[in-house]
Design a protein around this ligand. Structure first.
Ligand SMILES: *Cc1c(COP(=O)(O)O)cnc(C)c1O
Length: 400
C-alpha cells in the first residue's frame, strides 16, 4: 500500500487529470440491467451533453470503451478506402503517432497516408495543407486529419485555417479533428467550423478517469463510411448508429464511465462553458507569466514559439542542455507532491510540461508553480526568482 499523502498530491499531467469528487461518486452508482429505462436516459444525457459541448446540432455521438489511440483507430477504420488517401497535418508528437498508427491500418486496406511538414515549436502549417489539397486534382484525399492541441508541445493550432484551406482548394475531403487535449479547454464549434468528425477521450478536459472514447460524426462522414465498407466491426460507425442500446455500444455500455461523464458535463454546464474556457485561459496565462520570470536566468523557455498558439491546456518548458527534466519531475512529485509531465518522443529529456486543464483552480496552479520552483531549487536549475508572484499578479489582473 502507498503511504497516505497528507493534503493532496497535485496532479498536473495533461492527462490523466484530476477527477472531481462528483464524478467519482457518480461512477460508484450501482449497475443497472440493460433494459432499465435509466440506462437509456443516461446514454441520452451523455449524447446530448457532448453535442452541446461540441456545438454540434445533429452529429451522431458514439462512445467506445477506449483511450485516444483507440479513437484514432476508430477514425481510420471508418475512413480508410482502397485507392484513397488520408492527409495528416504534421503538428508534433501526437500527429506523428497518429500517422504511424494510421499507416499500419492503411497499408492493409490500400490507403495512402500523406503528411505535411512541421517545424518544432510551431502550429501545423495550414498553407502546406492547402497546397496538398490543391495538388490533389483527382480528389484522392478522403479526409484531412488534424490535432487541435498538440499535448507534447503545448501548441494549439488554428482550425479555421484548415476550413479556409479546404474551401480555397474547393476540395471535398472530410475534416477530422483530434480534440483529446482541447475538449472543454479551448473554444471549438463543430458545425461552425464545418468539422465532419471530432474525436476525444475522457481523461483530460472532461475530468473523468481514462477509458472512455467519444466521436461525433456528421451525416457526410457517415455517408462516406457507408459507401466504403472496410474490415471493421467494433469500430463501425454505420453499425452503431441505432436506437438500440446494445447496438449503440456493440455490446454492454461502459456504464460507470458514462455516469462519470454525465456528472462531468453537469459540472461544466453549472460553471458555464464560457466560464470553463475563460478559467483555462486565465490559468494558462498565469503559468506563462511564471515561465517568463523563470526564463530570465537563461535556462528555461517556452517550447511554443508562437505566442498566439500557446495552449490553454498544457505548457511545455524547454530546459537548457545539461539539465535533467526527468530528475526534476521525480523531485517535484516525491518531495513536493506536484506531479508534472515529461517530454514525449523527440522532446524526451529536453522539456517538462505543466498541465493546467480540467478540474483546476487558482490555488492548484499557484501550488504547482511553487512546487516546481522548490524542485528546481533542489536540482540547481537556474531560474529567475518571483515566478509564483508573477503568476499571482497575472491572476489578479485577469479577474480585475
Ligand atoms: C492524450 C492524447 C492522445 C492519446 O490519448 P490516449 O488516451 O493516451 O491514447 C491523442 N491525441 C492527443 C492530442 C492527446 O493529447
Amino acid at each position: 500500500m502507498n503511504p497516505r499523502v497528507p493534503g493532496i498530491r497535485s496532479l498536473h499531467s495533461p492527462g490523466p487529470t484530476r477527477v472531481p469528487d462528483a464524478v467519482m461518486h457518480a461512477m460508484q452508482r450501482p449497475m443497472m440491467d440493460l433494459m432499465d429505462p435509466r440506462v437509456g436516459a443516461l446514454i441520452r444525457a451523455c449524447e446530448d451533453g457532448m453535442r452541446w459541448l461540441l456545438r454540434a446540432r445533429d452529429a451522431h455521438v458514439l462512445f467506445y470503451a477506449a483511450n485516444g489511440h483507440g479513437m484514432w483507430e476508430c477514425v481510420t477504420a471508418n475512413l480508410a478506402a482502397p485507392g484513397r488517401a488520408l492527409l495528416i497535418a504534421g503538428g508534433g508528437h501526437f500527429s506523428d503517432s497518429w500517422a504511424e498508427q494510421t499507416e499500419v491500418l492503411a497499408q492493409a486496406t490500400g490507403t495512402e497516408v500523406l503528411r505535411t511538414p512541421h517545424t518544432e515549436g510551431h502550429p501545423f502549417d495550414a498553407a502546406a495543407i492547402e497546397q496538398a489539397l490543391h495538388a490533389d486534382k483527382a480528389h484522392r484525399i478522403a479526409a484531412v486529419l488534424v490535432v487541435h492541441t498538440d499535448t507534447s508541445s503545448g501548441i494549439t493550432s488554428d482550425l479555421a485555417a484548415v476550413r479556409r484551406a479546404l474551401d480555397a482548394a474547393k476540395h471535398p475531403a472530410l475534416f477530422v479533428v483530434d480534440l483529446v487535449a482541447s475538449l472543454a479547454a479551448e473554444p471549438f464549434e463543430m458545425d461552425a467550423l464545418g468539422v465532419d468528425v471530432a474525436m476525444g477521450a475522457s481523461q483530460k478536459g472532461l475530468m473523468c478517469p481514462p477509458g472512455l472514447g467519444v466521436v461525433a460524426v456528421n451525416a457526410r462522414a457517415l455517408a462516406f463510411a457507408e459507401q466504403h465498407a472496410g474490415p471493421r466491426f467494433y469500430w463501425d460507425w454505420v453499425r452503431r448508429v441505432s436506437d438500440m442500446q446494445y447496438k449503440k455500444f456493440c455490446g454492454t455500455p461502459p456504464l460507470a464511465h458514462l455516469a462519470g461523464l454525465e456528472a462531468a458535463l453537469q459540472l461544466i454546464a453549472q460553471e458555464s462553458l464560457a466560464g470553463v474556457l475563460a478559467r483555462h485561459r486565465r490559468l494558462a496565462d498565469a503559468v506563462h507569466a511564471a515561465l517568463a520570470c523563470w526564463g530570465t536566468a537563461g535556462a528555461l523557455k517556452p517550447l511554443c514559439k508562437v505566442a498566439a498558439a500557446r495552449s490553454s491546456a498544457v505548457t511545455a518548458i524547454e530546459v537548457a542542455g545539461g539539465l535533467d527534466p526527468e530528475a526534476l519531475r521525480t523531485v517535484a512529485r516525491e518531495r513536493f507532491q506536484v506531479a508534472i509531465a515529461g517530454g514525449l518522443g523527440p522532446l524526451h529529456g529536453r522539456v517538462f510540461r505543466i498541465g493546467h486543464l480540467g478540474d483546476m483552480s487558482e490555488a492548484t496552479i499557484l501550488g504547482a508553480l511553487a512546487g516546481v520552483e522548490a524542485a528546481m531549487t533542489v536540482q540547481g536549475v537556474p531560474f529567475g526568482a518571483g515566478g509564483v508572484a508573477a503568476a499571482a499578479r497575472s491572476l489578479v489582473e485577469a479577474t480585475a
